[in-house]
Design a protein around this ligand. Structure first.
Ligand code: C5P
Length: 298
């Protein structure tokens, strides 16, 4: 009797990022924008299961499955193909991707999926590649993928792929909300480029070694802001009421736009404050998408 070997699957999370501030500092000849941005990662995540199989395959489920292609265009399969090419591992992989991070929403969902796949396959195939090797593959998959690979607060410069550790952060909680309108990143950068044909050199407020309170962090976030906000509003006007509602929450320290939107975040000192604000907003705006630390996701 033949023995059938069933490959054990791996199972990893791909956390969503939030840009607490985002400044555009220039534009390269290839059209990519130079940025300075503070990335943090959240408890909201996609889940990826993977196992070795005869043919490459991906099955996508979860609330936002409809927004993601289940073919070679999927960043999980692209990351896997890149790792196979680089490593010479012949056997294809199958994946189940549970999509809980809204798509085209400024939360880096696709980039997080790609980064989690690179790092999971490095373990699954026992390649033991050092982080700098994974980072250079991450760069090939998208400007935000290197930050997602680090998965810790970072300051990103260059086109978003030159990373340094973020100033020390106080403990904080985020409430996320969007109007459920997909807002593709290229459309927002195009609108930004139309409105800003030249980007004047300017000196940005310097960053401290750390913030010892949410109030201090909020002051600096307000000084930096998100330079993509006007362009994002021109693509998705429905961001305005979401941002206004977040700014009006009780005990909110700061509210802003993440990345190219349309997701906005509100910053609080505690999970309890974020949860209370989330429950109140959901009551008034059941049509919007929300996440907060204690929310049970459907
Ligand atoms: O690298 P990624 O595929 O995530 O970028 C999506 C699009 O966003 C790019 O094609 C480019 O139009 C725009 N972009 C940019 N400057 C960046 C990052 C992205 O103009 N730093």
């Amino acid at each position: 009797m033949g023995i059938t070997l069933i490959a054990m699957p791996f199972d990893v999370l791909a956390p969503a990022k939030v840009n607490l501030f985002l400044n555009v500092t220039g534009r390269r000849d290839d059209g990519y924008h130079l940025l300075e941005s503070l990335f943090v990662f959240t408890g909201l995540a996609d889940r990826i299961d993977g196992w070795s199989s005869e043919l490459p395959h991906i099955h996508v489920s979860g609330e936002f499955a409809a927004g993601v292609s289940a073919d070679q265009a999927n960043l999980v399969l692209q990351a896997c193909e890149l790792m196979r090419r680089e490593s010479g591992v012949a056997k294809p992989m199958s994946f189940c991707l549970e999509k809980y991070v809204p798509v085209a929403a400024g939360l880096g969902g696709g980039s997080a999926d790609a980064a989690a796949t690179l790092s999971a396959l490095n373990d699954y195939w026992e390649l033991n590649w050092p982080q700098h090797r994974l980072l250079s593959l991450a760069r090939e998959l998208g400007a935000d993928v290197p930050a997602c690979l680090i998965d810790k607060p970072v300051i990103a410069r260059g086109i978003g792929d030159e990373l340094s550790p973020a100033p020390a952060l106080p403990s904080y909680a985020l409430l996320l909300a969007n109007p459920r309108v997909e807002t593709p990143t290229p459309a927002v950068f195009k609108a930004f480029a139309r409105a800003n044909p030249a980007i004047a050199a300017r000196s940005l407020p310097s960053l401290p070694a750390g913030w010892d309170s949410v109030a201090a962090l909020a002051r600096d976030l307000a000084a930096r802001g998100n330079d993509l906000l006007p362009a994002a509003l021109s693509v998705t006007p429905g961001i305005t009421p979401v941002l206004e509602a977040l700014r009006g929450c009780e005990r909110v320290a700061y509210a802003g736009l993440s990345g190219s939107g349309a997701t906005c975040f509100a910053l609080f000192a505690t999970d309890e404050d974020a949860n209370a604000a989330g429950e109140a907003l959901l009551h008034d705006h059941a049509e919007w998408w929300f996440w907060w630390p204690g929310k049970i996701m459907g």
